[in-house]
Design a protein. Structure first.
Length: 432
């Protein structure tokens, strides 16, 4: 014990305590370092796992809970039925080779309006009343046909040259020979009976006779439902290239949307480049879906059939089918157009077949009308490009020839420059 309290003992005790303190400090530091190392390893292990979880979550969010399958693959029964029909009628040689198998889901599909075109971005089509007023005004401004007639008739005592000028004007307006002779006879008779050169009275005589020739008694309504009142109504648009057929289908869709009808467009013009894209553009502008094929030159009848099937499945009101612009002198192509109509009617009858005619083609348009009416039973005429009325007489001649009414007229390139044809308004616009 005395050693512990001696100077040497005190030094030894101090040294022992220093060694013990240093060891404790080292142990504490070692424990802290070990703890930090374990924590760092845990973070490194957890980081990839978290990243994998995030990727799984993002992939799950990108996929809908239940993806509805594409419903529009053409049904093999359609092709079988068409083949059976051809076999049962050996006298009818097929115009084009029948497809050996139904198109796949990737070939025929519905195309919804583009995602970026939200409800707020969709165009609002002009209502029928507004567009009719605008078209009346445009017709009145271009009524060169009526102005020329009234100018000659108001000269007083008409010479033989004057009557010949009137007749030439009527013929150049594509009124047709029969209608021109009838109108000339009426004008000559009334001029003798009344013995007047009063422009007001002459205009009234001319107006009455022109309205009679245009025939206001024809049914000009679009048939947009089945005979039993069921849906959908099926409208088939036919006509040669260049008449504005695809554009007309898009414009009719706008009219129907303005009337709160639900519509689907069938892009059955599978031979003209970008025809389906053009139709899609029209559909996107007013929120209308398009059934089309991704395969160039696909069977148009299958596309048309699928458009009708899609409308039935979705409970839509109207199907508008755009067809290829076929040359009227190629019988094989016309036969294929007839096939489109037959295949559609395996599902439901076509309720309206509209022949789209370019008003500037004159009597050549009459030949087109005759050929198409023999193939698909045309029920109505759409006259496009009636911007000037110098050839407005085509309205009379086409109706007299086919006993088919002009139902719609187009007077410009604007999206709403298509309106129902009203005989009285048309004649009044001509004679202003």
């Amino acid at each position: 014990m005395d050693f512990l309290f001696s100077p040497l003992g005190i030094v030894v005790i101090v040294l022992v305590l220093a060694v013990i303190g240093t060891g404790s400090a080292l142990a504490v530091r070692s424990a802290k370092a070990k703890k930090q190392l374990e924590s760092s390893k845990a973070k490194q292990i957890a980081a990839p796992a978290a990243q994998v979880d995030e990727e799984k979550v993002s992939v799950a969010a990108a996929q809908p809970e239940s993806a509805e399958p594409e419903p529009l693959a053409a049904e093999p029964e359609v092709q079988k039925a068409e083949s059976a029909e051809s076999a049962g009628n050996p006298s009818e040689a097929p115009a084009t080779e029948e497809p050996s198998e139904a198109p796949t889901e990737e070939e025929v599909r519905p195309v919804a309006p583009e995602q970026e075109s939200s409800q707020g971005d969709l165009e609002t089509p002009e209502p029928a009343q507004g567009r009719m007023q605008r078209l009346r005004s445009r017709l009145a401004k271009s009524g060169s046909f009526g102005k020329m007639l009234l100018g000659v008739l108001s000269r007083g005592d008409l010479s033989a040259e004057d009557w010949e000028e009137i007749e030439d004007t009527l013929l150049l307006a594509d009124l047709g020979i029969a209608a021109t002779d009838e109108l000339m006879e009426e004008l000559r008779t009334q001029a003798k009976v009344l013995g007047t050169s009063n422009p007001v009275k002459i205009r009234e005589i001319l107006r009455t006779k022109l309205i009679e020739l245009v025939n206001p008694d024809l049914d000009r309504s679009l048939h947009l439902e089945q005979a039993d009142g069921s849906k959908p109504g099926i409208v088939l648009a036919v006509g040669v290239n260049g008449t504005g057929k695809t554009t007309t289908v898009g414009k009719i869709a706008r009219i129907l949307v303005a009337e709160n009808q639900s519509v689907v467009l069938g892009a059955a013009d599978t031979f003209r480049a970008a025809a389906a894209d053009q139709l899609e553009t029209w559909g996107n502008r007013v929120g209308v879906e398009v059934v089309r094929s991704d395969k160039e030159g696909a069977d148009p009848a299958s596309v048309a059939f699928d458009a009708v099937k899609y409308a039935k499945d979705k409970g839509l009101d109207v199907v508008l089918v755009d067809t290829a612009g076929r040359l009227q002198n190629k019988a094989g192509l016309m036969d294929e157009l007839g096939k489109v109509k037959r295949v559609i009617e395996k599902s439901a009858p076509v309720t309206e077949t509209l022949l789209v005619l370019d008003a500037t083609t004159g009597q050549n348009g009459m030949q087109q009308a005759k050929v198409f009416s023999e193939v698909v039973d045309v029920s109505g005429i759409v006259l496009t490009k009636l911007d000037g009325t110098a050839r407005g007489g085509i309205v009379v001649s086409v109706q007299r020839e086919l006993s088919v009414p002009v139902k719609l007229v187009g007077l410009g390139e604007g999206p709403d420059d298509l309106a129902p044809f009203v005989p009285e308004d048309f004649v009044d616009a001509l004679l202003k």
